[in-house]
Design a binder for this molecule. Structure first.
Ligand SMILES: Nc1nc2c(c(=O)[nH]1)N[C@H]1C(S)=C(S)[C@@H](COP(=O)(O)O)O[C@H]1N2
Ligand SMILES: [Mo]
Length: 446
């Protein structure tokens, strides 16, 4: 309950989106481009942005020079418009500090997730947009298991290495946490901390090999240009990684493009790592540095309870010591119903077309089923092949109902090893990761 009140206050105080819509870049800067003290959230920003403010207000501010450093004009500060990020309208906002926003299932219905609907999971404050110059942005390759540390501009990456495009599922390890019982700490995502689209870039392997990988390499780790919310610059916001074998897979990319466009600012512009099949926390945004390690990468959020699950199953609600927690190295088999939306009414005489997406970590989905009787019987759905390895797969089913009344459509994917999504909940873990219980929607037949 407490949390809800808190979120409502935030929404009221920020509400800048509408007024800023005309100048999204400036809006990003104003809201996210710097550390804002929580007490002054009613709206302080850089004085330099006042000029931009004036243009948004459509009026000059004659006494602009008298305005206390960085206050937002009351007209904008008092707006009741719910908080959102320009260019990311359809998302459901869980938080604005850091920004966390998920995609409603119906916006995952297109074959690939549109840039504007791609979820946002920030752990800190993105680098100010004004500070990002793709011409001078540098990516450094280093680490104790890198033979010749080097740095590359984006242009150099583009010129020196072959370009590849892969559709890759990016899913937060904590997606669907909201359903976990007993509840656990962390963003209470429903099912929309996931997206899949075509990323374009160079293979991480090609870049690492051009620097030379020592024989003792076991892991890679990334560093991004975002800052911690607490302002502590001696620690990273997040610096995670993957085993070297995963880093060297064909599909592991250093990407500058998503769905044929620059990567959206909130999703890591101008450069990000994209690694399919693993928790999305490994796909470093605003990518500045990659290190090749001779041990498991020990960056921020690699240790303790973050992105880890008990090495052995535990009873729900248990406390598990850090030493008994293991890094999540693969995501699990999962599916979503992206059409129709939950709660629809449909006529008895009609056939209901149900469709969605399915994926399975580093494996493929072999079979897809739907049930309208709470899992007693299952009807096989049509399932397409993925565009490439680690991309999601489209599925669809035509469903007939025997009589009028309340139904639920449940969807269940099975991977190529015969492993199925659980109908209720998978094994509990202290941070509520990897919930892949069947997605369900309510349907009333009239
Ligand atoms: N630099 C940086 N990279 C990051 C993060 C971050 O906060 N900073 N969040 C990680 C997490 S936890 C997730 S789930 C994904 C989310 O990617 P998206 O915001 O593009 O959806 O980015 C990952 N990469
Ligand atoms: Mo995440």
């Amino acid at each position: 309950m407490k949390k809800e009140t808190h979120e409502k206050t935030q929404v009221k105080e920020v509400g800048l989106h509408e007024a800023y819509a005309q100048d999204p870049q400036k809006a990003d800067l104003a809201i996210f481009g710097r550390e804002v003290d929580p007490i002054t959230r009613r709206g302080f920003l850089h004085k330099s942005s006042l000029l931009a403010m004036a243009s948004i207000l459509g009026a000059n501010i004659p006494f602009a020079s008298n305005m206390p450093g960085g206050i937002i004009p009351a007209l904008l500060a008092n707006s009741d418009t719910p908080f959102s990020v320009p260019g990311k309208d359809g998302l459901i906002y869980l938080n604005d500090r850091p920004v966390n926003a998920e995609t409603p299932p119906q916006f995952l219905d297109s074959p690939f997730t549109e840039p504007k609907y791609f979820f946002i999971r920030n752990n800190g404050t993105p680098p100010p947009l004004e500070s990002i110059d793709p011409k001078t942005w540098k990516l450094e390759i280093a680490g104790e298991s890198c033979k010749k540390p080097k740095s590359f501009t984006i242009d150099e990456l583009k010129k020196k290495f072959k370009h590849y495009t892969y559709a890759l599922v990016v899913e937060c390890g904590g997606n669907s946490r909201k359903e976990v019982v007993p509840a656990t700490k962390g963003n209470q995502w429903e099912n929309g901390a996931v997206g899949c689209g075509r990323w374009t870039g160079v293979r991480l392997r090609d870049v690492l090999e051009s620097c030379g990988i020592k024989k003792d390499a076991v892991y890679i780790g990334y560093y991004g240009a975002d800052l911690r919310l607490d302002g502590n610059t001696s620690k990273e916001v997040i610096s995670r990684g993957v085993p070297i074998a995963k880093a060297l897979e064909d599909e592991t990319l250093i990407a500058w493009e998503y769905e044929g466009q620059d990567i959206p600012y909130m999703n890591g512009y101008p450069l990000r790592l994209v690694i399919g099949g693993v928790p999305a926390s490994a796909s470093g945004k605003w990518l500045k540095k990659i290190v090749v390690r001779n041990k498991v990468h020990d960056g921020e959020k690699m240790n303790g309870q973050s992105y880890r699950i008990p090495c052995k199953p535990v009873a729900p609600g248990s406390k598990v010591a850090d030493k008994d927690m293991c890094v999540i190295e693969n995501m699990v088999v999962k599916s979503l119903i992206t059409h129709p939306v939950s709660g629809i009414k449909s006529k008895l005489a009609n056939t209901l077309e149900v469709r969605g997406k399915a994926w399975a970590g580093d494996r493929s989905v072999k079979e897809m089923y739907v049930s309208i009787d709470f899992g007693e019987t299952w009807q096989k759905a049509k399932l397409k092949k993925p565009l490439n390895r680690l991309a999601w797969q489209e599925w669809s089913a035509s469903v007939k109902f025997p009589e009028t009344g309340y139904y639920e459509v449940w969807a269940r994917a099975v991977n190529d090893k015969g492993v199925s999504q659980p109908m209720v909940l998978p094994g509990w873990n202290p941070r509520g990761y990897l919930n892949n219980a069947c997605h369900r929607i309510a349907v009333e037949i009239i």
